[in-house]
Design a protein around this ligand. Sequence first.
Ligand SMILES: Nc1nc2c(ncn2[C@@H]2O[C@H](COP(=O)(O)OP(=O)(O)OP(=O)(O)O)[C@@H](O)[C@H]2O)c(=O)[nH]1
Ligand SMILES: [Mg+2]
Length: 203
Amino acid sequence: MGESSEALHVKHAEFLFGAPTLAAIRKQSAPEVAIIGRSNVGKSTFVNRLCQRKIARVSGRPGCTQELNFYHVDGLVEGAEFDLNLVDMPGFGFARLSKEEREEISRLTVDYLRNRRQLRTVILLNDCRRRPEVDEVSIQRICIEAGVHCLIVATKLDKEKRSQHERLLKDVANGFGLERGDILGTGDGISPASIWARVISLL
Ligand SMILES: Nc1nc2c(ncn2[C@@H]2O[C@H](COP(=O)(O)OP(=O)(O)OP(=O)(O)O)[C@@H](O)[C@H]2O)c(=O)[nH]1
Ligand SMILES: [Mg+2]
């Protein structure tokens, strides 16, 4: 196998639309992979990494993404073709939103997870420096109940010393009742190709 740049070729990646409600989602038939996690955990950054271009808006200020944002992406990873929609979800747990706004976001997320036929896989992001909390574990459980794959990715590893990475990844995995090998990390040169390979194995 060659370098990661050869292993992965993203041919097209484009923003399709934002949907504030399930009813506002335009007709789509492609399989969907949703990116979910706490506000500011790095979801939009992760979409840009997967797409290898800046298409999602990233902000240091939490609460940046407030709709379901749909992106179409196709390409090749390790010789296998992919053609799907990534859905960048609004972040949960953002303290500065009102209780009503937070409840609205969590209703939208749960509704989408339970009822969206096109949804195949959720990528649930968890900051490597935090143990998963009830919100994260609930999303994992809802995915299991809905028959949707749930891939855990620990973000922002680059903020910690390399010698701590394995311990942090193990702690995050354990918080979800998983083994270290079940989860991936990002922010430490982990290639988008290896993340894509795992994602398409779960379609
Ligand atoms: N060091 C480091 N910073 C990151 C990483 N991923 C994201 N960030 C930073 O974290 C902040 C939030 O990133 P976003 O991608 O906008 O986070 P989000 O989850 O989409 O946030 P909301 O849309 O508000 O829910 C930005 O300042 C990013 O540059 C990472 O892997 N490492
Ligand atoms: Mg975002």
